[in-house]
Every structure is written in structure tokens, then in C-alpha cells.
Design a protein around this ligand. Structure first.
Ligand code: 5AD
Ligand code: SF4
Length: 478
């Protein structure tokens, strides 16, 4: 048993991480345990978790389990959790209640609890005491060992807890079952060393570890050969790519090399303003297949709060970067993340955020009320603002965010855009997809257009999405 330890999770050494290529094995006595059995994976949180779930699905399929779309039909249930804010906990607790109920009638169900909450010391302590029926608790560093943990519980029928609060390594050659046939997540780095004072990620995901660029390029090339049209390069802080490898190769170099594979569309998330270089902007502007879309978290418009958040930039520096991006990348769309109600945020601080959002007119902003996270520096900051006040601030901010989103979308009315039609829309007879600038579009089109990049004329505009119709039906497919 290995329990999480938040103090240890905070440590950073100068030791370089290892790139390990041969650690994934399936012991022979579990290589068939999934035969005639089903699994279901529930995923909460960010794209990183979504992609981890794609790995976990493939690992289960390597043991012959088959995917089903509800927990009721599953013999093995995986809950991949998120720890970024407290409300993620409530959702998970509700789900655990449902699974426990299922287990009362179907005793053999195996439950695997994983993700960022599995890295939280106090939460896991509670799980091991009050949720003894959970079979396996596995942390974010060691999913590839799931077959071994399954073998262990087969043998001794005891709860298996294996969570490492370590800096971590990079594991290659873990199988993946991608949710989409057209667009793929590609990890370029793991972990984070920024330690923003509110954020639990550096504790739950370990230190910043970049993958070898040759492994990344190899993955992108194979995806392209297999018909994939879009890749999203993933990391908590992708602009810092390569800094931990001590080689002369950075995010701009990587973006350029990925662009040269000629895969149709390249995206990347998330960018920390601190590491955004002019060199990167030049590469993004130079290649048509790097999409003109940047997610650039602001978090706050007040220098006092930015400092308390340990964000390492001032409002002025952020505005400078924002303007440079707009100047250098034609037609770029920029989205952001904002936290309201950080400890000591006054009405004046909040107004600075609000006014900045009014000025910058983001295409979209994801807004959150500050949530206290275990072990972070902000956890112990005095916080006198009542929750009701924070909710009001959030609503005031969202009003401006929505106005901006709608105004930005209006610019698309009657324009022609390119959309990768990736799935059925909720609207009957429609498909959905995203523009180069990451605008969600519903398009009236039959299923034969799925997986195609098409020209679409925008016919209607809403706050969160656009409606459009195919241009010149057949001549427009690429
Ligand atoms: N409380 C509220 N929001 C948070 N985020 C990260 N940590 C917290 C927290 N403790 C937000 C940030 C980040 C996004 C992914 O989640 O805005 O950019
Ligand atoms: Fe969290 Fe800051 Fe790292 Fe983003 S950059 S994951 S907000 S610590």
C-alpha cells in the first residue's frame, strides 16, 4: 500500500526525469480476465484526464474487457477524478453512492478510483476508512500498472492503494483507445512547476516533465497516417515545453516540426503567459495548419491579486502579450480562465478584472469562484469575503463575458469558415464541429460528412455556438 503524501508531492529536485519505454506489461493470469466482461470509465475534469481515460480504456481492452456506455452493464467501473475545485468532490461522492448501490446487487463489480483526487492525502485517507468496497485506488503516475493491481486483488481480495507523491517520470508505449477517429490528444509534457498559490495540480501531477520531441513527432506522424486531421498538444503549461530537458529545443521548435508533418490542424493547451515567446508567435503566424486560437489564462486583472496568486506577470505584461498575439496572428481568437473571490480580493480588485475583461473582449472566458485546495499556499490565506458576494461577482463577470462572446460571434455572421465535422449534433439532422478559431458550429449535413473539413457559411449566431450551412455541397471537402 502506498498512500499519498502532500508534503512529499511538493518537493522538487534537480534530478532529470527518466523516459521509460518498457514498463507496461500484462501478467499472464490477467491477460484474459475481461473476456465476456464489460467496463465503463467515468471521466471528470480537463483534457489531460480525458486522454488518461483513453489510455485506461486501452489497458482494459488489452485484458479483453469491452466498453459499455453505462455503469449498470459494467463489470469494472473506473472513476477518473478531478481535484481542481471542491465541487468536483461532490460529484464524485454522488457517483460513489450510485456504484455502492449497484454493488449491493452485483457483488463482483470491480471499482477503480483514480485521477487527481486519488493524489489527495486526506481524501484518500477517508476513502480507505469509509469506502472499503473500492477495490483499487491508483494515482496519476502509475495507470500502466493497473493490470498488476488487478492481479493483486484477484489473489488477496484486499483493497489495493498505490499512489505515489513523486516528481514522476515519462512512460512511453502505453496503449491508447482514442474517443475520436478524426482528432487526437497528444501529451507533450506532464506535471507543472509553476505553483500558482491556489492550484493543486503541481501536487497531483508531479513536476514538469517533457516528452522527447522525437516520440511526439512520431506519434503525430502515425496519427496522420491513420487519417487523423487534428492534434491538440497537451500539457499544463505547454509553452515551457523542453525547458526541463536541458537541450536546445523549445515549444517554438516543436510547433514548427509538428506543423511540418502537414497534419491538417494543430492546437495546443494550456499556455501560461510567462513562457509565451515571440519565437512561438512567429511560428504560429507562419504555418496555416497551426490554428489561430490561444487559451491564455488571465486569472485576475489586479496586480495585487496576481502577486498573491504567484502568477509571475503583471496586468500590464499580460496586456502587452495579448496585443502582440492579436497583432501577429490575423483573426486569432483568445480565450481565458478567471478566478473571482481569491482571498483578499476587494471590490476594487474585482473591478480591475471586470474592466480588463471589458477591454480585452475575450472570445470566451471560463470563470470560477476560488476554491480552497489542500496544501496549497492560498489554503491558509485569510479570506473574509462572504460566498454570496463572490457569487455576485461571478455573475457580474459572466454577464460581460457573455456579451463579449456574443459580440465576437456576431462577426462571423454570413462569413465562410472551415469546420471539421466531428460528431452528430444534439440537433436532429445536424453535425457539429469547430472552426479554426475554436467556435462551435452546428451544420445541417448528413452523416457522410463526418470526419471531413468543410466550408460552412454562418447563418445564425448565439452566445455559445454558431449555426451554418454547407457551402457548395460537394466541392468543398478536404
Ligand atoms: N479555485 C478556483 N479555480 C481554480 N483553478 C485552478 N485552481 C483553482 C482553485 N483552487 C482554475 C484556474 C485554472 C483553471 C483550469 O481552473 O482558472 O486556469
Ligand atoms: Fe496550476 Fe498554475 Fe500550473 Fe496552471 S500553471 S497547472 S494554474 S500551478
Amino acid at each position: 500500500m502506498n498512500m499519498p503524501n502532500m508534503k512529499q508531492a511538493r518537493l522538487r529536485t534537480k534530478n532529470p526525469h527518466k523516459i521509460i519505454k518498457d514498463d507496461y506489461i500484462i501478467p499472464t493470469n490477467v491477460s484474459n480476465i475481461g473476456k465476456n466482461k464489460n467496463y465503463h470509465v467515468i471521466t471528470y475534469g480537463c483534457q489531460m484526464n480525458v486522454h488518461d481515460s483513453e489510455n485506461i480504456k486501452a489497458i482494459l481492452e488489452d485484458m479483453k474487457y469491452k466498453e459499455v456506455n453505462t455503469i449498470d452493464k459494467a463489470d469494472i467501473i473506473v472513476i477518473n477524478t478531478c481535484a481542481i475545485r471542491e465541487n468536483a468532490h461532490n460529484k464524485v461522492t454522488g457517483m460513489l453512492g450510485r456504484i455502492k448501490h449497484l454493488k449491493e446487487t452485483k457483488k463482483d463489480i470491480i471499482t477503480i478510483f483514480c485521477g487527481c483526487m486519488a493524489q489527495e492525502e486526506n481524501y484518500v485517507k477517508n476513502l480507505t476508512q469509509k469506502y472499503k468496497w473500492i477495490d483499487i485506488i491508483v494515482g496519476t503516475h502509475n495507470y500502466h500498472k493497473i493490470p498488476i493491481y488487478l492481479e493483486n486483488i484477484m489473489k488477496d481480495k484486499k483493497q489495493e492503494v498505490e499512489v505515489f507523491s513523486i516528481e514522476g517520470d515519462v512512460y512511453e508505449n502505453i496503449p491508447v483507445k482514442r474517443d475520436s477517429k478524426y482528432k487526437a490528444w497528444v501529451n507533450i509534457m506532464y506535471g507543472c512547476d509553476k505553483f500558482c498559490s491556489y492550484c493543486i495540480v503541481p501536487y497531483t501531477r508531479g513536476k514538469q516533465r517533457s516528452r522527447d520531441h522525437l516520440d511526439i513527432l512520431d506519434e503525430v506522424k502515425k496519427l496522420k497516417e491513420n487519417g487523423y486531421l487534428e492534434v491538440t498538444l497537451l500539457g499544463q503549461n505547454v509553452n515551457a515545453y523542453g525547458k526541463d530537458l536541458n537541450i536546445n529545443y523549445n515549444m517554438a521548435n516543436l510547433l514548427e516540426d509538428v506543423a511540418k508533418t502537414n497534419i491538417k490542424r494543430i492546437r495546443f493547451v494550456t499556455s501560461h503567459p510567462w513562457d509565451f515567446t515571440d519565437e512561438m508567435l512567429d511560428v504560429i503566424a507562419k504555418y496555416d495548419n497551426i490554428m489561430p486560437y490561444i487559451h491564455l489564462p488571465l486569472q485576475s486583472g489586479s496586480n495585487k491579486i496576481l502577486k498573491l496568486m504567484n502568477r509571475r506577470y503583471t496586468k500590464e505584461e499580460y496586456i502587452n502579450l495579448f496585443n502582440k498575439i492579436k497583432e501577429k496572428i490575423p483573426n486569432v481568437s483568445i480565450t481565458t480562465d478567471i478566478i473571482v473571490g481569491f482571498p483578499n480580493e476587494t471590490e476594487e480588485d474585482f473591478l480591475e478584472t471586470l474592466n480588463l475583461v471589458k477591454k480585452l473582449k475575450y472570445d470566451l472566458a471560463y470563470t470560477f469562484i476560488f476554491s480552497k485546495r489542500e496544501s496549497t499556499v492560498a489554503y491558509n490565506m485569510e479570506d473574509l469575503t462572504p460566498l454570496e458576494e463572490k457569487k455576485t461577482r461571478l455573475a457580474r463577470l459572466n454577464e460581460v463575458v457573455n456579451e463579449n462572446a456574443y459580440a465576437n460571434n456576431l462577426k462571423y455572421l454570413n462569413e465562410e469558415v472551415e469546420v471539421l465535422l466531428e460528431d452528430k449534433s444534439d440537433k436532429e439532422g445536424y453535425l457539429m464541429g469547430y472552426t479554426n478559431t475554436m467556435k462551435l458550429v452546428n451544420v445541417k449535413a448528413d452523416l457522410s460528412y463526418l470526419g471531413k473539413i468543410v466550408k460552412v457559411k454562418i447563418t445564425d449566431v448565439k452566445t455559445w455556438s454558431l449555426d451554418g450551412s454547407l457551402v457548395k455541397e460537394l466541392a468543398n471537402v478536404r
